[in-house]
Write a protein that binds this ligand. Structure first.
Ligand code: IPE
Ligand code: IPE
Ligand code: MG
Ligand code: MG
Ligand code: MG
Length: 291
């Protein structure tokens, strides 16, 4: 965890709290729980995605082995619950545990869909959007919602912030998929083209199939087929065809739709404008992120 990362989710918990009360330090245990849980999902995700690099360094399982990766991930999940026990406002603990646990189950469901899609022939864009909502955006939404409730928000405002986080989270994962294919590896800190190498059915893949001419479509399907060796050369030619088709621009356009929905939900949150400003600024930075 000392490698850092953006620490987006815990910051959202603290901002969620700060929107409704000065004492955002009271949400620190929840913020810790969320970040440790997120890092647990990354350790296990890197096993599932056979990823060699994370945050510019070798992944846990590639250094310490598969079993240590599984077990240290398990311990981090348990540590997340131990942090939640440290929350001062005991009355809110059952509600916070409820949000957290429901979200954790959804993340696992999203991860299962992500892997099922690797070998599933027919995946629709709507399926992909549901998958990323589960694997990524529900945690971002819950991070905000938990902070808001701990800060004394109404259920209505917490739910609007959940909406904001959900839409922002979908945009966030679309950007993650764009960066995986087209980002600067130095900044992203992951192996470039990792999603293609794993035959992930991301928006970029699905849109490419939709936009391709019959011959290009045949080629794409063959290059993605299980019997085709996924060497660097194969990844390179797939990415180059995507580039020609302009799928990146298509993904950016869909990302914008979710960004706008996110901002609409935030507009409706009943909190001081001067405090909401922090969240507007953070959202803007995230929409253009390169890492
Ligand atoms: C990576 O999350 C996993 C996704 C859900 C896309 P981040 O991009 O927030 O990773 P770190 O924590 O900053 O490294
Ligand atoms: C990961 O999605 C989502 C979770 C860890 C739950 P990705 O597999 O795209 O994340 P990265 O790109 O490895 O960070
Ligand atoms: Mg991954
Ligand atoms: Mg993954
Ligand atoms: Mg990714």
């Amino acid at each position: 965890m000392s490698l850092g990362g953006k620490r987006l989710r815990p910051v959202l918990t603290l901002i969620g709290h700060y929107l409704f009360a000065d004492s955002f330090e009271k949400s620190l245990p929840a913020a810790m729980a969320i970040e440790v849980f997120h890092n647990f999902t990354l350790v296990h995700d890197d096993i599932m995605d056979a990823a060699p690099l994370r945050r510019g360094k070798p992944t846990v399982h590639s250094i310490y082995g598969l079993n240590a990766g599984i077990l240290s991930g398990d311990v981090m999940l348990i540590r997340a619950y131990q942090y939640l026990l440290e929350l001062g406002d005991k009355q809110l603990v059952p509600e916070i545990l409820g949000i957290f646990s429901r979200t954790a189950v959804e993340v696992c469901e999203g991860q299962q869909m992500d892997m099922d899609f690797e070998t599933q022939q027919s995946v629709q864009i709507a399926d992909y959007l549901k998958m990323i909502e589960l694997k990524t955006s529900v945690l971002i939404a819950a991070a905000l919602q938990m902070g808001a409730r701990l800060g004394g928000s109404s259920q209505e405002d917490a739910s609007l912030l959940n909406d904001f986080g959900r839409n922002m989270g979908i945009a966030f994962q679309l950007q993650d998929d764009i960066l995986d294919a087209f980002g600067d590896p130095q900044k992203v800190g992951k192996k470039p083209g990792g999603d293609v190498a794993q035959r992930k059915k991301t928006f970029l893949y699905l849109k490419a199939i939709e936009m391709a001419e019959p011959t290009q479509k045949e080629r794409l399907k063959t290059w993605f087929a299980p019997h085709t060796e996924m060497d660097d050369e194969n990844v390179r030619r797939i990415l180059s065809l995507w580039e020609d088709l302009g799928v990146r621009e298509e993904a950016e356009a869909v990302k914008q739709i979710y960004q706008r929905s996110a901002l609409r939900a935030l507009d409706e949150v009943n909190a001081p404008e001067s405090r909401k400003e922090v969240l507007y600024r953070l959202a803007e930075v995230l929409f253009g992120r390169e890492s």
